[in-house]
Design a protein around this ligand. Structure first.
Ligand SMILES: Cc1ncc(C[n+]2csc(CCOP(=O)(O)OP(=O)(O)O)c2C)c(N)n1
Ligand code: SF4
Ligand SMILES: [Mg+2]
Length: 283
């Protein structure tokens, strides 16, 4: 089937708030799929729970939305049973860096060939604006009227230190740059993550489009070398200006699912024998 962005619309019109960064991320994913040029049925999306996860209703691809914080294990299962699938997780900062943080840590060290996009709006959008793990210290909401006293997670530093072999950050306010990052991430062999600055125009009045625009700059225009891990970490901690682009990329020989491929058939044969023995014993 020929893919164009319109052919990827389900017909259900997105119900995000007008101006929400999720619109640009949705458009960028569709453009990325067009550029990827793989048959549409080869792509499988797994969504978290949150405003971002509503995308399951809007995009006409295979998709699954399950429990809050759990899209990563679902994606791992899908990849293990069908290694030729392009498996992409679409999640939120609350979903991946809060409830699902342990899954993120372990998929990174396993190097599954799976991509995770995180709509990082620094807030729990769907549940009406509580501070998320990436919300800034002092962030005020109805549940923290005097300001958050927690310090934010640094997802980029965490991903580099955690063993992710492709770590990038995009901005919903620059969709062309974002779709190219997404394409690089999906094409990367091994685990890739793209944290995406996504303004939530309804509940986050601090990290606005303008706030991001004044701070972001492109790593590729600053001479950054993505194979330099220590430099990538240093850039991840930059706060006065916020780098977007590819922080770190490492070529890898083998992915997790490739390595299990040599073990699982043996296991399956063993399982078949065990089941046969059990059935025989019940005669
Ligand atoms: C196990 C569980 N805990 C809490 C919730 C309630 N809940 C639903 S969405 C959400 C937060 C979503 O935030 P985020 O992942 O940042 O997505 P956003 O809405 O900002 O896109 C929470 C806490 C839930 N559905 N399930
Ligand atoms: S609440 Fe925020 S994240 Fe959710 S749709 Fe509205 S603007 Fe977007
Ligand atoms: Mg969020």
């Amino acid at each position: 089937m020929t893919i164009n962005p319109q052919s990827l619309n389900s017909g259900v019109f997105p119900n995000w708030c007008p101006g929400c960064g999720d619109f640009a991320i949705f458009a960028s994913i569709k453009q990325m799929l067009v550029k990827l040029e793989t048959p549409i049925e080869n792509n499988f999306f797994v969504y978290g729970i949150g405003c971002h996860g509503h995308m399951v209703n809007f995009m006409k691809t295979y998709g699954f939305e399950g429990l809050h914080g759990r899209p990563i294990p679902v994606a791992e299962g899908a990849k293990l049973v069908n290694k030729s699938l392009n498996v992409i997780v679409v999640s939120g900062d609350g979903d991946t860096y809060g409830e699902g943080m342990s899954h993120l840590m372990h998929i990174m060290r396993r190097n599954f060939d799976i991509t995770v996009f995180v709509h990082d709006n620094m807030v729990y959008g769907l549940t009406l604006g509580q501070g998320s793990p990436t919300a800034q210290c002092g962030f005020k909401s109805r549940s923290t009227p005097e300001g958050l006293i927690d310090h934010p997670v640094n997802p980029i530093a965490l991903a580099i230190a955690g063993g992710a072999t492709f770590v990038a950050r995009g901005f919903a306010g620059d969709p062309v740059h974002l779709q190219n990052l997404m394409l690089e991430a999906v094409k990367h062999k091994g685990f890739s993550i793209v944290d995406i600055f996504q303004p939530c125009v309804t509940f986050n009045h601090i990290n606005t489009y303008q706030w991001f625009r004044e701070k972001v700059y492109k790593l590729e225009e600053s001479g950054h070398n993505p194979s330099d891990k220590m430099e990538a970490l240093r850039k991840a901690f930059q706060q006065d200006k916020l780098p977007i682009g590819i922080f770190y990329r490492e070529e890898t020989e083998k992915t997790y699912e490739e390595q299990t491929a040599t073990q699982v058939p043996l296991l399956s044969e063993q399982l078949k024998t065990d089941i046969k023995d059990i059935l025989e014993s019940m005669r």
